[in-house]
Design a protein around this ligand. Structure first.
Ligand SMILES: Cc1ncc(COP(=O)(O)O)c(C=O)c1O
Length: 396
């Protein structure tokens, strides 16, 4: 079937939760995708920060093929070697002592919210349950994570929201301190806001947030669903800010494109979950964990982190060159390959023109072009994308 035929069938059978572009990708390799008509695209969205190792990385493909032939799924009533191995790998390379596995970023944040409430109830009593999050944050589409998210457009139509969330401006320490009351139990933040427009906080913000949390005995949760797994040039983005959280969530890039989420915690907090308090049928099954082990090992062992820092600087430099050339470009910001280009104009038209010319671009927060390509992207691919972007900007 060609792209048009797939689109017609999609309109008939798929719920309209996304404003989908008329592109039907059927094959991928590295930073490139091909659609059902054979057209090639350079992918600077990377499945929204999922394909950190590029499409169909050979080590991830091999791990999936091997595991699929041995054991795809087994219940969490039993011990799962791949899950145990992945937990060990993540704990050895982070602040955490224990992991819980699920299937998505929203579910990882649900787990973090439940763990924070359970720990707080066990330690301080049932009156402490409120979680402070940031305006413009994004934490997922389930009811608890929609309630945690600081964006009205995500919340509208779904009242009543879950009780027990309060939003404060991001990167505003006074607002955070002022929001804390005797019912506060935790603070949940993205180290760099992704969906909110690639917002990087002041360099000392998180150290102060940590100090405030310690002072008030609040749990600090980092949502690294989008910025984790090497995206910023460190395995976890919070490493740039010299702080560690008590709980961290990961998903997106963790298994090279296979669906997974995880909530990592220090022992003291993890102990609040006991048999029966939380679970997930598919969470951490052998297939997805085999993919995740291959992904994490490749990120750690194949020089991906250093490379991301270097290639990220190159991309920022090229985008800044365009910034100096076009007055409607306001700012280029980000760390590693988590990059936003804020414009004075809406970016939707630019994205559409990019598609026509064979490059997958993305807009977030209406006016911010977000660049989250595979960490394996080459300078040549960046040059190709920049030349197309330059030609589009010249027409704006
Ligand atoms: C920071 C952050 N948290 C949570 C989520 C939700 O993840 P998922 O779509 O896998 O549920 C996202 C998705 O974009 C995200 O960017």
């Amino acid at each position: 079937m060609n792209s048009q035929q797939w689109i017609e069938k999609s309109d008939k059978y798929i719920m309209r939760t996304y404003g989908r572009y008329p592109i039907v990708p059927v094959k991928g390799a590295g930073c490139r995708l091909w659609d059902a008509d054979g057209k090639e695209y350079l992918d600077f969205l990377g499945g929204v920060a999922v394909n950190n190792l590029g499409h169909c990385h050979p080590k991830v493909v091999a791990a999936l093929q091997k595991q699929a032939a041995e054991l795809i799924h087994c219940s969490n009533y039993y011990q799962i070697p791949q899950q145990i191995e992945l937990a060990e790998l993540l704990c050895r390379h982070s602040f955490a002592d224990k992991a819980f596995f699920c299937n998505s970023g929203a579910e990882a944040n649900e787990a973090a919210i439940k763990l924070a409430r359970k720990y707080s109830r066990d330690t301080h009593g049932p009156e402490r349950f409120e979680i402070i999050t940031a305006a413009d944050s994004f934490h997922g589409r389930t009811m608890a994570t929609v309630s945690a998210t600081g964006q009205e457009k995500v919340q509208r139509f779904f009242d009543p929201l879950l009780h027990g969330f309060k939003h404060v401006p991001f990167d505003d320490l006074d607002a955070l301190e002022a929001a804390i009351t005797p019912i506060t139990c935790a603070v949940m933040l993205e180290p760099i806001q992704g969906e909110g427009g690639v917002n990087v906080p002041s360099p000392d913000y998180f150290q102060e947030v940590r100090r405030i949390c310690d002072k008030h005995e609040l749990i600090l949760i980092f949502d690294e669903v989008q910025v984790g797994m090497g995206r910023t040039g460190k395995l976890f983005a919070h490493e740039h800010f010299g702080v560690t959280p008590d709980i961290m969530t990961l998903a997106k890039a963790l298994a090279g494109g296979a669906p997974i989420g995880t909530m990592l915690a220090k022992d003291r907090f993890a102990a609040a979950f006991v048999p029966g308090t939380h679970g997930s049928t598919f969470g951490g099954n052998p297939l997805v964990c085999a993919a995740a082990i291959a992904t994490v090992r490749t990120i750690l062992e194949d020089g991906i982190l250093n490379r991301t820092e270097e290639i990220g600087e190159y991309l920022v430099g090229e985008l800044e060159r365009l910034q100096h050339k076009y007055s409607f470009v306001k700012e280029v910001r980000g760390i590693g390959l988590m990059i936003g280009m804020a414009l004075h104009i809406p970016a939707g038209e630019i994205v559409k023109k990019g598609h026509e010319r064979g490059v997958l671009l993305n807009v977030t927060h209406d006016t911010v072009l977000r660049f989250v390509p595979p960490l394996t992207v080459t300078k040549q691919e960046i040059n190709q994308m920049i030349a197309i972007l330059d030609s589009i900007f010249a027409e704006m």
